[in-house]
Ligand binder design. Structure first.
Ligand SMILES: Cc1cc2nc3c(=O)[nH]c(=O)nc-3n(C[C@H](O)[C@H](O)[C@H](O)COP(=O)(O)O)c2cc1C
Length: 217
């Protein structure tokens, strides 16, 4: 795929088909992702991927907790809206409004919640784990790893979504993978082949460069 096509074709997809992703493909995507830069080449990431039976168990547990209203306790603090700048709050409000309108127009209002409960019916869940001690630069490095991973997935014809929802219950994940408290489940990315469904047709906007870009010469 042309680089510009890879960039333009990466979107957050929220509903995947039952088609599995081959292990060799997952390995290839992770091999691309590890080319990301990191602080002094620290490569702080630990990557845990769930597929098959383990994935099915994780999805069942997640759906149960979510539908029972069990509060999430993600390893990173969920920022209150007042911890975002006015500009970001405005972008978030625009996104919320656009998404609501899209779902209403397609008579699919309940689909957003359903996709979250079902972890997007992902074919694979990629967990981005950091070992304690965690520092802010390592979190930056994980962002670079994540974006490279998602672009590589797109290049392999696989869609993705980075989602807080995937790491909402990290204690259960540590138990599933027999990992101790020093393993922080910072973020998760769902991968799969896209379903033909209204929620997957939603496209988020971007603000004009002048809203955030300064170039001085
Ligand atoms: C840190 C982070 C957490 C996110 N968590 C969720 C989530 O829990 N559920 C969800 O549906 N989308 C989630 N998203 C996806 C964003 O809504 C999406 O990236 C944004 O609206 C831009 O749309 P795009 O990815 O299609 O370009 C998350 C994205 C990021 C980067």
């Amino acid at each position: 795929m042309e680089f510009k096509d890879v960039i333009q074709n990466r979107h957050s997809y929220r509903s995947f088909t039952d088609r599995p992703i081959g292990l060799a493909t997952l390995e290839a995507i992770v091999s691309d992702a590890k080319q990301a830069p990191s602080w002094a080449n620290a490569q702080p990431w630990q990557i845990v991927i769930a597929t098959g039976e383990v994935l099915a168990q994780i999805k069942d547990g997640h759906r149960l907790r979510s539908r029972r209203g069990v509060a999430g306790n993600a390893d990173l603090t969920v920022a209150h809206r007042t911890e975002w700048t006015a500009a970001s709050r405005n972008n978030i409000a625009t996104w919320n409004g656009d998404l609501s309108q899209h779902l209403l127009a397609n008579d699919a209002q309940s689909s957003y919640g359903q996709t979250q409960d079902n972890l997007f019916n992902a074919a694979a869940l990629v967990y981005l784990v950091l070992r304690e001690p965690v520092n802010e630069w390592a979190i930056f490095d994980l962002g670079a790893f994540s974006q490279t991973l998602m672009l590589s997935a797109t290049n392999h014809g696989i869609q993705s979504i980075p989602a807080y929802e995937v790491v909402r219950y990290p204690d259960a994940l540590r138990e599933t993978f027999a990992l101790d408290e020093t393993h922080r489940f910072i973020m998760g990315i769902a991968l799969g082949y896209r379903n033909q469904t209204a929620i997957n047709d939603f496209r988020s906007q971007r603000v004009a460069n002048q809203n955030f870009l300064t170039i001085k010469d």
